[in-house]
Design a protein around this ligand. Structure first.
Ligand code: CTP
Length: 394
């Protein structure tokens, strides 16, 4: 770790990694020790800690550490440490170890917003990324003082997840620096204070899309309609209720985003009238008045109509069909109607997929050709979607 106030959060990261069974060596810079001292790092890691190449010279620490590690994470990475790493400067044990490390290297920057936005820092980040280093985007929020903005160290649980993904070999950071907006869940259209018209979407596919996009480095906004799932670390979740609310939030959030994904099940119709008071049975036993429905806006079609150059828009289609051919024909007709770049098609005949852990889906490209066949977990489908998206981003 290098010398930022966020070094205190690295203590939690260290604990999490140890609890997952990893052997962790801590290499602080001199300035990092001004924030958290050697005894803390030694106690939490169970190993001696030094900042200097001059300690334990016969052990040739800088080479030994670089060879020993399966993964290196610099958390927090200050502007100064990013600059030293980008320039290949080796003036302490951390930077010399970075030069000898043959394993994946992750940098988790933390600094004030001005320092992060400075062209010098941005150039260093670009240099490191071009060299294959995984440089995470800093989280957005309250900084050391009263100010807030991009510059926070991502939460320890999120950092531990990135380390785990990279060790599992499944991590690419192909969405770093990209802004993505994902809708999830199912809208509810109220009839009266206690009743609504809804659907059976659990929101789990949208959640998987947001989680995997975050793991691949994207800045993710999740627009959730009635989803009963825990918040994802590092993902900003905005809760909505009706199709009209989802429409407004999706359009607002998608302006300036690189990708918009409509995984939510949006009600096509809403009751024309909302009863302020609960609708009661009539005393004379007569039938209730029929519920009159009016059309909701088509969010996906409106996103397509406002698409910025280079923006990628993904739609979902849940269809019931009697054969794979009919499924594809229905999906292609929907794709032509909606005009999105990718359409993920699920067969939901006989209750399949809703609430299930395993998905069977095909992903169609803009011209209707099948670009991927995805069978497996919701995470696997999410990754197949992001693979197809990444290929289409400028
Ligand atoms: N969708 C939307 N706004 C709506 C309805 C649907 O943005 N009012 C989006 C869904 O999020 C999904 C895609 O459109 O990404 C297809 O949804 P689906 O319900 O299958 O399509 P519809 O256009 O409603 O077609 P139909 O119900 O006639 O099959």
């Amino acid at each position: 770790m290098s010398g930022g106030i966020a070094a205190y959060k690295a203590c939690s990261l260290l604990r999490l990694l140890r609890e997952e069974g990893h052997d962790v060596r801590v290499v602080p810079t001199e300035s990092a020790l001004r924030f958290v001292g050697t005894p803390t790092w030694e106690a939490l890691s169970g190993h001696p800690v030094t900042t200097e190449v001059w300690d334990d010279v016969p052990g040739v620490q800088h080479v030994q550490l670089g060879r020993w590690a399966d993964v290196v994470i610099v958390a927090p990475a200050t502007a100064n440490t990013l600059a030293r790493a980008a320039a290949g400067i080796a003036d302490d044990l951390l930077t010399t170890s970075l030069l000898t490390a043959a394993c994946p290297v992750i940098m988790a920057p933390a600094m004030h917003t001005e320092m992060w936005h400075h062209p010098a820092t941005q150039t260093n980040v670009a240099t490191l990324r071009a060299r294959g280093v995984t440089v995470l985007d800093p989280a957005v929020g309250r900084l050391t003082g009263a100010d807030s903005g991009p510059g926070r160290l991502p939460e320890p649980a999120e950092l531990a997840q990135v380390v785990g993904d990279i060790l599992a070999g499944g991590a690419t950071h192909d969405l770093a620096g990209r802004r993505v907006v994902v809708s999830a869940g199912g809208t509810r259209e109220p009839l009266d204070p206690v009743r609504f018209l809804g659907n059976r979407s659990s929101g789990r596919q949208g959640w998987a899309l947001a989680r995997r996009a975050r793991a691949r480095g994207a800045d993710v906004v999740l627009v959730a309609a009635h989803v009963d799932l825990p918040e994802i670390p590092g993902v900003r979740t905005l809760r909505v209720g009706t199709a009209t609310e989802l429409h407004a939030v999706m359009l607002g959030q998608s302006a300036g985003a690189d990708v918009a994904v409509m995984a939510a099940a949006v009600a096509d119709f809403r009751p024309a009238d909302y009863a302020d008071r609960k609708i009661k049975k009539s005393d004379d036993g007569s039938d209730p008045a029929p519920v009159v429905l009016v059309r909701n806006a088509d969010v996906l079609a409106d996103l397509v109509a406002r698409r910025a150059p280079g923006q990628v828009i993904v739609g979902f289609a849940a269809e019931t069909a009697s054969s794979p051919e009919e499924l594809l024909a229905l999906a292609r007709a929907k794709l032509a109607r909606k005009g999105c770049d990718l359409l993920v098609v699920n067969d939901v005949s006989e209750g399949r997929v809703f609430g299930a852990d395993i998905n069977d889906a095909v992903i169609l490209g803009v011209d209707g050709t099948v670009v991927a066949d995805a069978h497996g977990s919701k995470d696997a489908l999410a990754d197949a979607v992001w693979d197809a998206v990444a290929k289409r981003l400028p």
